[in-house]
Design a protein around this ligand. Structure first.
Ligand SMILES: Cc1cc2nc3c(=O)[nH]c(=O)nc-3n(C[C@H](O)[C@H](O)[C@H](O)COP(=O)(O)OP(=O)(O)OC[C@H]3O[C@@H](n4cnc5c(N)ncnc54)[C@H](O)[C@@H]3O)c2cc1C
Ligand code: FES
Length: 347
């Protein structure tokens, strides 16, 4: 018999099958809850359980600590109800708007614009339009059933009549999927994808100024969001900070500079963490989230969207909230967790 989950304060209800994680049921029924990795590693789906009982699957301590669990917090991506449940959670209008579907995709091209970055262009079926929000991601379903997530760098309005999306992949040596992409993958290969997933997209009901902060390939969904804002002729003030190690890693520098000319209120600030004398770099250096705090010490009336390396996302959330007064619920993120992040201390 299914259980009923009620989300407060919205009052939304949905049913969850026995042993089914709450988030899986919510996505299936188009209920927009906040989430990121769907795998117990990022903490984006954390919320308070007001009533009921759940069993938690394996998850990372940094996503949900024992103390948080004892205080009644749960991860919806890992929690299966044992009774009817009442949650206190933000609902995310739009997160469940487009049905999640499995699609075959064909590799159109693989470019390598930086030493460890591949830009993958994928053809999607023409007869079955793929809809999503700028900032969302797809999952590749690998032969052994494991999955890897990549954010779309293409804004939905750019998908076109011969539907194609662009993904930006950073090579993690020893990684199951990116080793394949940087080694054997070739044009015309077929890859199975599923999507769209995620609640990382622009909250368009707000006119607060924006911090958009990315590290490395975290620029992919930020690029889609900026292109979407340009297309919508958004007049919101936005500061785009992009952190990379060195100059050769700034593979979207030209695009970002051009975007700042196409959107009057967009300011672009690249920041290098490992610039060396002789690089010819005259821009900002250091950690990208610290550059944001240096320029914007008061974030009380802002929204921040962060994407990329888990350490950058965690540091930005912690410090923007604690030191710059950003409201906790105005921080939105996709943390690019990988197998390496899933093998720390388990909860
Ligand atoms: C919501 C979301 C969106 C994402 N979007 C993007 C994106 O747009 N671009 C992007 O580049 N990435 C993105 N990622 C990350 C991406 O999904 C993959 O995790 C990443 O590309 C690594 O995949 P892989 O199969 O190559 O490596 P994995 O097989 O996951 O391995 C990663 C690293 O961990 C090591 N490792 C493997 N197993 C273990 C273990 N048991 N213990 C310790 N270390 C281990 C490997 O040697 C390797 O160095 C996203 C992640 C999420 C959750
Ligand atoms: S979505 Fe639940 S921990 Fe990442």
């Amino acid at each position: 018999m299914p259980f009923t989950v009620t989300v407060q304060p919205s009052g939304k209800t949905f049913s969850v099958d026995r042993d089914e994680p709450i988030l899986v049921a919510a996505i299936r029924q188009g209920v927009g809850l906040p989430y990121g990795c769907r795998d117990g590693a990022c903490g984006s789906c954390k919320c308070r359980m007001l009533e009921g009982r759940v069993i938690h699957g394996a998850h990372q301590q940094k996503a949900l600590s024992h103390e948080e669990e004892a205080a009644g917090l749960i991860l919806t991506c890992q929690a299966a109800p044992q009774t009817d449940v009442v949650l206190e959670a933000r609902t995310v209008p739009g997160a469940g708007e487009f049905a999640v579907r499995k699609l075959p995709s064909r590799v159109i091209s693989i470019d390598k614009p930086a030493p460890d970055v591949a830009v993958l262009k994928l053809q999607l079926p023409a007869n079955d339009p793929f809809q999503y929000r700028a900032g969302q991601y797809v999952e590749f379903i690998l032969r052994d059933g494991s999955r890897r997530s990549y954010s779309m760098a293409t804004a939905p309005h750019e998908v076109g009549d011969k539907p194609a999306i662009e993904l930006h992949l950073r090579h993690l040596p020893g990684g199951k999927f990116t080793d394949h992409v940087f080694g054997a993958l070739k044009e015309k290969d077929i890859l199975r994808v599923e999507g769209p997933f995620g609640s990382f997209f622009l909250r368009e009901d707000s006119d607060k100024p924006l911090i958009l902060i990315a590290s490395g390939t975290g620029m992919a969904p930020i690029k889609a969001i900026v292109e979407h804002m340009i297309w919508k002729r958004s007049e919101r003030k936005a500061f785009l900070y992009w952190g990379c190690r060195s100059k050769v890693d700034l593979y979207l520098d030209d695009w970002a500079r051009d975007a700042a000319t196409r959107m009057a209120n967009l300011h672009y600030v690249p920041v290098l963490s490992e610039a060396k004398p002789g690089d010819g770099w005259h821009g900002r250096t250091g950690l990208v989230h610290q550059a944001v705090m240096h320029d914007h010490p008061d974030l009380t009336n802002w929204q921040a969207y962060a994407c990329g390396a888990p350490i950058m996302v965690q540091s930005a959330q912690r410090d923007f909230v604690a030191r710059c007064g950003l409201p906790d619920d105005e921080f939105y993120a996709d943390s690019f967790t990988s197998e390496a992040d899933k093998h720390g201390p388990l909860g």
